[in-house]
Every structure is written in structure tokens, then in C-alpha cells.
Ligand binder design. Structure first.
Ligand SMILES: [Zn+2]
Length: 69
């Protein structure tokens, strides 16, 4: 009986490590599958997502100038 397993996949292109949950049939070669997933990683989408999450909040110019005054 197949069970859902968690696979840790490392993208060699953007060096991002991510997890995938998948139910693999016993006739699937896990190493090949993992490599395929790494090869198919959407590096651009990931980079965009990271850029969004890391985008600094716009600095409030009034507060910023108060500090130095
Ligand atoms: Zn990638």
C-alpha cells in the first residue's frame, strides 16, 4: 500500500531546498524522481516569491528624520 512521504529536494540551480509530499509507486525510482523535481524547480518563481517576502517596508521619511534631529 502506498503512503504519502515527504521528500526533501535541493535545487542545484538556485540552491533552494524545499519539501514535496508525494505518493510514489514502488516502480518509481526515487532518486530519479527527486532529481527530476530539482531539475524542474521554478527558480524564477521562487526568486520572485522571496523578493516579495523580503521586500522592506517603505521607510517612513518623517520617523526616519526625527531620529537624526
Ligand atoms: Zn531552483
Amino acid at each position: 500500500m502506498a503512503t504519502v512521504k515527504r521528500f526533501s529536494i535541493f535545487c542545484p540551480k538556485c540552491h533552494h531546498r524545499f519539501s514535496l509530499f508525494a505518493m510514489l509507486h514502488h516502480n518509481i525510482d526515487v532518486d530519479t524522481w527527486v532529481k527530476e523535481k530539482a531539475d524542474n524547480h521554478d527558480c524564477k518563481a521562487y526568486a520572485d516569491q522571496m523578493a516579495k517576502e523580503r521586500a522592506p517596508r517603505p521607510v517612513n521619511p518623517i520617523k526616519a528624520s526625527k531620529k537624526s534631529a
